[in-house]
Design a protein around this ligand. Structure first.
Ligand SMILES: *[C@@H]1O[C@H](CO)[C@@H](O)[C@H](O)[C@H]1NC(C)=O
Ligand SMILES: *[C@@H]1O[C@H](CO)[C@@H](O)[C@H](O)[C@H]1NC(C)=O
Length: 623
């Protein structure tokens, strides 16, 4: 990185040195020296001085006589070379440096007035505290004014139940005040390393830590804190917002902050009227390894209205019981009870650790709950969603089609074909409920089944079947086994009723069976889901079919939707676990792995080729 910037810098200086400009080579060397001694990223300057010297010696020069233009060109070059927009070079014949008076030098009375003017506090509805600080005082001032600050401002705020901390107008401050502020929002027992600040001129590094003993009462680490930021929020206030946000102690609401710097200095280049502005210190957060400098602090939530903020605080009050409620639902209904217990515990402890602070409404809560449920359980089927009207239950009784509808339904759902070599092809895209299947049965046998029953092999296409009802699976499977003996297909454990059911083939079916001996291929895709997967997995488990295509979705036999508390949040929870008839083990809830893995669009031709060659061998074997 460092070495890449050197040629760039060199080119820059080559282009701007002019014998007629007032920016002589000596000044360029002087500027390089200032950077070397003051710029807070010294590692990016390796080799710079040598490169400049070389450029000067080689004497290649381009003329820029206007000084302001020269300053602009130099600025663009330095910023580009060091990739830092804070570096600027200016030509200022009339610059008078002003030294801001240090606060601690002011008389105490004046100091108090100044601090009071930069702080506003209030108690809003519902015991929500409001604290606005426009200037963050440093350690020295804080110590000096300790008890006065407490009495007039903090004591009121300390007893509120949540706090809006307004840093939207905070544009000045001293970094040494940061540990004080963070300390009020943390515990004295475990000290926190907040920031590491490297100061280049003194070549020293300072770590900022929370303080074990502070004047007055702590706000603690439990109560909600919402920090307001604006694009004017800069410097020390950004350090505070960044630390509290990254510690997950507060959420930030509003606009992205300015992206200031710990410390920037304007330094005169030798005795000229050119100045270079240099960031001389840098901050690195030990939490993220990064900084709020330049990029600013991005808000968790982009709203600015005060009412919205009050709403968030209100929402947070009910959060604990919602999270608890989601855990309870899981314990009562999730198919695997041990997992439910574990997940529910994790949710509560995540809440206690403040990991739900960035949640501000039902929608963001739903997405975080979903992420946490899935991560902790390893089950991607668990899902929390937010819905303003009660979701249509997926478990409503299926509608039995009328006589007129039957033909239409069959046409829409089933596709059949006779392939070369007397291979049948049957595609259906939805698993109908058993009552529907019974209703359309006679018609189905006549217009679909009878046309493929006498083939030598069958390809069942499940690539477009995303599932449906599981009630007809046993009947469907039964067509591919003989009437005797009955086969155990799988067992289902239902958590809600805590019953285990063995699912068997059925002794009697309408029409003719395909039987247990003819070749059967099932095509799958990543969309093949729920009941279609269960059918596929059963046939694979019982070694009755060859599966060709892509791994399936990994859905569930049955998921139910439960309302969380009395809210607009709903949890979709798989309430049944399926156990293999062969191994007795629970089926994994990842998808069905095909025997032959090929892309879905190639599955049919692959299956056809294999079948044709197998059928051919059989014919040859018989001859
Ligand atoms: C130097 O610059 C001045 C104006 O800044 C101009 O009048 C003069 O001609 C220039 N001299 C040379 C040698 O380019
Ligand atoms: C800064 O200090 C470190 C040790 O603390 C030292 O190794 C390094 O050479 C110093 N750098 C400069 C430029 O003085």
């Amino acid at each position: 990185m460092a070495h890449m910037t050197v040629p760039l810098l060199m080119m820059l200086f080559l282009c701007t040195l002019s014998s007629n400009s007032s920016f002589q080579p000596a000044l360029v060397l002087e500027m390089a020296k200032i950077l070397l001694e003051n710029y807070c990223f010294p590692e990016n300057l390796v080799g710079m001085q040598e490169a400049i010297q070389q450029a000067i010696n080689s004497g290649e020069i381009l003329q820029i006589s206007d000084r302001k233009t020269l300053a602009t060109v130099l600025t663009a070059g330095v910023q580009g070379a060091l990739n830092d927009p804070r570096l600027t070079i200016s030509y200022e014949p009339n610059f008078v440096p002003v030294m801001p008076p240090t606060l601690s030098s002011l008389p105490k009375e004046q100091l108090i007035r100044l601090v009071k003017n930069s702080v506003k506090s209030d108690i809003l509805e519902n015991n929500v505290g409001y604290l606005r600080i426009d200037r963050i005082v440093g350690e020295e001032t804080a110590v000096k004014l300790g008890s006065q600050l407490m009495e007039s401002i903090w004591d009121k705020i300390a007893h509120t139940s949540s706090l809006i901390f307004d840093l939207r107008y905070s544009t000045a401050g001293e970094l040494s005040g940061v540990p004080f502020i963070i300390s009020y929002f943390s515990d004295p027992e475990s000290l926190i390393h907040i920031d590491t600040v490297y100061d280049r001129p003194s070549n020293s590094t300072k770590e900022l830590w929370t303080i074990p003993s502070i004047v007055g009462e702590r706000y603690g680490k439990e109560k909600d804190v919402i920090i307001l930021t604006s694009r004017r929020t800069t410097g020390t206030a950004e350090a505070v917002a960044y630390a509290l946000k990254k510690l997950r102690r507060a959420i930030t609401v509003g606009e992205r902050s300015a992206g200031g710097s710990v410390k920037v200095q304007k330094i005169r280049i030798a005795q000229s009227k050119f100045y270079i502005t240099v960031p001389v210190a840098r901050s690195v957060s030990p939490i993220t390894g990064q900084s709020w400098e330049v990029t600013g602090v991005s808000p968790n939530v982009h709203v600015i209205a005060k009412e919205a903020v009050a709403k968030i605080a209100e929402f947070h009050k009910g959060l604990n019981s919602l999270i608890q409620g989601a855990g309870d639902l899981l314990e009562d209904h999730y198919a695997i009870h041990e997992v439910a217990l574990k997940v529910s515990k994790v949710l509560v402890s995540k809440w206690a650790d403040g990991l739900y602070r960035s949640v501000v409404d039902f929608e963001s809560l739903a997405s975080q709950l979903t992420a946490d449920l899935q991560e902790t359980s390893g089950d991607h089927r668990l899902h929390v969603f937010h819905c303003d009207v009660e979701p249509e239950s997926l478990h409503e009784l299926p509608k039995i089609p009328t006589a007129e509808e039957v033909g239409y339904i069959i046409d829409a759902l089933f596709k059949i074909e006779l392939l070369p070599g007397n291979i049948g092809y049957l595609r259906f895209d939805m698993m109908a409920d058993i009552e529907v299947v019974k209703a359309i049965g006679p018609h189905l046998i006549k217009s679909v089944w009878s046309k493929i029953i006498n083939t030598d092999a069958l390809i069942i296409d499940m690539r477009y079947n995303t599932g449906g009802y599981s009630t007809a699976i046993p009947l469907l499977c039964s067509y591919f086994f003989d009437a005797e003996p009955l086969h155990h297909l799988y067992s289902v454990f239902d958590r809600t009723t805590t019953t285990m059911t063995e699912v068997m083939t059925v002794p009697q079916v309408r029409g003719q069976r395909y039987g247990s001996s003819k070749e059967l291929f099932i095509l799958t895709s990543h969309m093949t889901g729920s009941a279609a997967e269960v059918f596929t997995r059963t046939m694979k488990d019982l070694n009755r079919a060859t599966i060709v295509g892509e791994p399936t979705t990994g859905g569930s036999l049955s998921s139910r939707t439960y309302q969380i508390g009395d809210t607009v949040l709903y949890a979709s929870i798989p309430n049944q676990a399926v156990f293999s008839a062969i191994t007795g083990k629970m089926w994994s809830f990842s998808g069905v792995e095909p025997h032959i893995a090929v892309q879905a669009n190639e599955a049919l031709s692959v299956a056809q080729k294999i079948l044709e060659s197998r059928l051919l061998k059989r014919v040859q074997g018989k001859q």
